[in-house]
Design a protein around this ligand. Structure first.
Ligand SMILES: Cc1cc2nc3c(=O)[nH]c(=O)nc-3n(C[C@H](O)[C@H](O)[C@H](O)COP(=O)(O)O)c2cc1C
Length: 182
């Protein structure tokens, strides 16, 4: 069975990002995937401490014993990743960036991907209706995930000031979930 890890970068459990992530999850499940979800707005999740332990060849996971500890095992056999975040002050949330920095162990000492070959989808929501407004910030996030040896298969974007995403976008999110598995 395929395994998909969903990272929720919005602090709002019932917001727009959550609704679109739920559609991606439904699509992946419909295609036969197991879903593992991490809510990044967790008080037991710390930022990277810069200890460089994960630069040692034998340390393929972060040494911190916190909410993300099981995530490194999940990464080993996951087929796909979904990162959802609203735009806060022109980029993804602090919660989402915390995850990206905690993915340093997903690169070895030589910066080669330790867990390559996964597909990923990004889900970005924003107040601005201009879909292209934050392209550089979103591209930076996608670039870091690409550096881990992961391939972007779809990007779901919604600019609607926190309102409900339209039905066609929800369908696109569902289809993105299916693409992660097929
Ligand atoms: C602190 C904060 C900063 C924000 N900054 C931006 C921004 O720079 N550009 C923008 O278009 N929307 C911005 N927004 C609006 C959110 O991106 C938007 O409402 C988003 O859909 C919220 O997603 P959620 O419902 O999943 O939490 C901001 C919202 C907050 C709370």
């Amino acid at each position: 069975m395929s395994k998909v890890i969903i990272f929720q970068g919005s602090p709002k459990k019932k917001g727009t990002t959550a609704a679109l992530l739920a559609e991606v999850a439904k699509g992946a499940q419909a295609a036969g995937a197991e879903i593992v979800e991490y809510d990044l707005n967790n008080k037991e999740l710390r930022g990277c401490q810069g200890c460089m332990s994960c630069r040692k060849p034998e340390n393929t996971a972060c040494v911190q014993n916190d909410y993300l500890k099981p995530m490194y095992d999940d990464l080993k056999d996951a087929d796909a990743i979904v990162l959802g975040s609203p735009i806060y002050m022109g980029t993804v949330t602090a919660q989402a960036w915390t995850l990206i920095q905690r993915l340093y162990p997903a690169m070895g000492p030589d910066f080669a991907p330790r867990y390559p070959g996964k597909k990923f989808v990004t889900v970005i929501t924003q107040g601005s209706p201009n879909a292209a407004e934050y392209t550089p910030a979103v591209a930076a996030v996608q670039g870091f995930l690409g550096n881990l040896g992961w391939t972007l298969v779809d990007h779901i974007a919604w600019g609607g000031a926190g309102g409900e995403a339209p039905e066609d976008l929800k369908q696109a999110a569902f289809a993105a979930g299916q693409k992660l598995v097929s």
